[in-house]
Design a protein around this ligand. Structure first.
Ligand code: SF4
Ligand code: SF4
Length: 442
């Protein structure tokens, strides 16, 4: 349910707004401020707009116009939260502002249809997504994609952007309702959250995640009945869909008789959404307790392996790599050192830091499809930074970032490969086994 402007006029919302002391320390952390250089496209300006709406200084017309424009241009990357000395909970302010924008916005028929198909029909339905992945696989292998990309200037911007982030699809899906046995000494049991887009389009990352966990002594069980985490729905201000998905995931994971040590997620954005289920379901008394229990078990795979790397990766992976933080992993989950520490354990891998590793890549849920020009400006800045490192491998830890960076490599004409941290660990373990034929070699 999206919200009327009155939700910005509550004492709770105003109290959150009042924590901003206008110091401006967040400005240079903000990617949209870097693109536009304007106060209204920086956190402080957006907060000023929210305050004006909260205090009734702007009315419905301005909400539909200037307020919506600047709120929708925000990437929700939370970089400003990390930079803020005053503890402003920007993401929570933005979430409510977004829902007001959605409530007041008139969507075109095409947009409504695409949203309905994407977020209501496809993302919550893994079977449909896998069917789509099969279709895209055919589109890629028969060479139709090459043809379309040669003439992509003929496509509308949104369609061009959506096509542009399609990664090479590999059709190797995770079997649901099955366990993968631990290798060597058994250390425990974990549940695996596959993600929806991740499972359909980057299934090789899920495969590598399971193998690496097995290698470290964990039985990995992938519960059936799990669904999309709801992050995209939250991003679009669709709280009711996000709540439905949260309840479904909680039921899928907590209804199992034989519980596990942790629920592992390998995508920064999905993991943050799963960890925030208590907030999402805060007004649902029947789920509040279960949401807290579920979320306390969720671990990002970097976070988990950092503390449970029982088998060192000893195989050489001689590449120069750079790590691009997922915003939701870094600013949302506060996981920064763990992926870097894991990468540094891989023999032969040279890790070159970016000038701005914490700067958003422009993916931001569906931002790269709905705000194409700004997303591309943010992406171009990121790719310039990456090119400066001379990296052959760009490492990241979230589905959207991985797809966006694959598109960025093509856009910038680089030769680099984009991989998840676990894919590199997996390569190292295989190299240690002397397996020269592993299909994902860098
Ligand atoms: S969330 Fe990101 S894009 Fe939005 S105001 Fe904060 S730093 Fe800027
Ligand atoms: S850093 Fe925090 S307190 Fe300062 S302007 Fe930005 S949001 Fe407000």
């Amino acid at each position: 349910m999206t919200k009327d402007i009155q939700v910005l006029r509550t004492p709770e919302y105003k109290a959150k707004l009042s924590k901003c002391i206008h110091c401006g320390m967040c400005l240079h952390a903000c990617p949209t401020y870097a693109v536009f250089g304007t106060e209204m496209d920086a956190p402080r300006g957006r907060i000023a707009l929210m305050r004006a709406a909260a205090e009734g200084r702007i009315g419905p017309e301005a909400v539909k116009d200037v307020f919506s424009r600047h709120v929708l241009l925000c990437l929700a990357c939370r970089s400003c939260e990390s930079a803020c000395p005053s503890g402003v909970q920007y993401s929570s302010l933005l979430e409510m502002a977004r829902s007001v924008v959605e409530y007041n916005r008139t969507q075109g028929a095409l947009e409504r249809l695409l949203r309905w198909i994407g977020t209501k029909k496809m993302m919550p339905n893994l079977k449909l997504l896998k069917l789509l992945a099969r279709g895209i696989w055919v589109y890629e292998v028969i060479g139709l994609q090459r043809l379309v990309r040669s003439f992509d200037f003929l496509l509308p911007a949104t369609l061009r952007a959506a096509e542009g982030i399609l990664p090479p699809v590999q059709l190797r899906f995770t079997p649901l309702g099955q366990s993968a046995s631990p290798q060597g000494e058994r250390r425990g049991r974990v549940f695996f959250f596959t993600g929806c887009i991740q499972e359909a389009f980057l299934a090789q990352v899920n495969e590598a995640t399971i193998r690496v966990l097995q290698r470290n002594g964990y039985e990995v069980y992938t519960p059936p009945g799990q669904t999309c985490c709801g992050a995209a729905h939250l991003h679009l201000g669709d709280f009711e869909s996000a709540k439905r998905l949260a309840r479904k995931n909680i039921d899928a994971f907590l209804s199992l008789d034989d519980q596990a040590d942790a629920v592992i997620c390998n995508a920064g954005g999905c993991g943050l959404a799963l960890k925030e289920y208590p907030h999402v379901l805060s007004d649902d008394a029947s789920y509040a307790h279960r949401a807290a229990e579920f979320s306390s078990k969720v671990k990002d795979v970097n976070e988990f392996l950092h503390d449970h790397l029982n088998v060192l990766p000893t195989g050489k992976v001689p590449v120069r790599a750079t790590y691009s933080d997922s915003c939701h992993l870094r600013h949302g989950q506060k996981i920064t050192n763990q992926p870097r520490d894991l990468l540094k354990k891989i023999p032969g891998l040279e890790l070159k830091e970016l000038q701005q590793p914490d700067r958003c890549c422009g993916s931001a849920g569906v931002y790269n499809i709905v705000q194409v020009d700004t997303a591309n400006a943010v992406l171009d800045e990121k790719m310039e930074d990456i090119a400066g490192t001379g990296a052959e491998v760009i490492v990241t830890s979230s589905t959207g970032c991985q797809m966006q960076l694959i598109a960025g490599v093509r856009r910038a004409g680089l030769k680099a490969k984009v991989m998840h941290v676990v894919e590199l660990l997996d390569l190292s373990y295989h190299a240690a086994d002397g397996n020269q034929n592993h299909r994902d070699e860098a």
